[in-house]
Design a protein around this ligand. Structure first.
Ligand SMILES: [Zn+2]
Length: 282
């Protein structure tokens, strides 16, 4: 089979030291993938609770990026303490003020990496996707605002992890990005439903590459990115889409005539250039 004539980016991919690692990346490459946005995730043996642990966890993500590069992918990194870490710290017994302080230090550390060119986005940032007490919700939103401001200052994108994105949620997030002075093209909605038109209020949707979502998205236009949210965790083999999904889905959309080759270039090269300022070429 001849390889694809355009680059293919999976915009939300995780690696775990206990997972398939380079094997998963090779599977992505064999299916026609070329570029990965490798997003930081919490590691089980480094539970949140101090800036030092966040520092070590970020180092690990950057090492895993090198593993993926050695396997043959072009890799860009996103770093941030995951929004769930705030409530993880509360569960572990930290007071809200202390947990929020450690979380904010983690954001600042990630912003430093961004300024040094070691990551192209702060991500995942946002707020819990599950119900929390009003006081925690308010604090999570304040930290989200801080994250958006740090993105503006560091001139990088924000990869947003939130509750399910309805048009109302998109409107709320767009207002927060605007208040922070962050361009809406730099406010990427991770795990987005296929809402490509004005109902996403200008956020940049990174759409989950299931067959249904990708087709619905492609019928609406090309202002979107595609992602799997592959987690690389042995305990959750079927939790999300596998490493092959974005290349397979893209080639499938091309075969079905839902995307032209030029539109594939738009989604996988021009869009990431616009969002992150990166060059995505073959
Ligand atoms: Zn994720």
């Amino acid at each position: 089979m001849p390889g694809p004539r355009f680059p293919i980016l999976d915009n939300h991919f995780h690696l775990d030291p206990r997972g398939r690692g380079a094997e998963a990346v090779k599977e992505f490459l064999r299916a026609g993938g070329t570029h990965l946005t490798l997003v930081h995730k919490p590691y089980r043996d480094l539970p949140p609770g101090s800036l030092e642990r966040t520092r070590l966890a970020f180092e690990r993500t950057m090492q895993l990026a090198d593993v993926a590069r050695a396997a043959g992918a072009v890799v860009h990194v996103a770093l941030a303490p995951h929004p769930a870490e705030l409530t993880e710290m509360l569960k572990a017994g930290l007071a809200l003020d202390e947990a929020a302080r450690i979380y904010e230090q983690g954001l600042e550390l990630a912003a430093g990496h961004a300024r040094a060119g070691r990551c192209i986005a702060l991500g995942e940032v946002g707020r819990p996707h599950y119900p929390v007490e009003a006081e925690v919700w308010e604090r999570a939103n304040a930290l989200l605002q801080r994250a958006l401001e740090l993105c503006r200052d560091a001139r990088v994108a924000a990869i947003l992890h939130t509750e399910s994105a309805t048009p109302d949620v998109f409107a709320d997030l767009a207002a927060r990005a605007r208040a922070a002075g962050l361009g809406l093209d730099q406010a990427v909605k991770h795990y987005s439903p296929p809402i490509v038109g004005p109902e996403n209020h200008g956020l940049f949707p990174s759409i989950i590459a299931s067959a249904d979502s990708a087709e619905v998205a492609a019928r609406q236009g090309t202002r979107f990115l595609l992602e799997t949210d592959y987690v690389d965790e042995p305990e959750r083999p079927g939790a999300v889409l596998g490493p092959k999904t974005v290349p397979r889905r893209t080639l499938d959309l091309l075969a079905k005539g839902l995307l032209t080759e030029e539109q594939c270039w738009q989604v996988h090269s021009a869009n990431p250039k616009r969002v992150y300022g990166i060059d995505v070429a073959l």
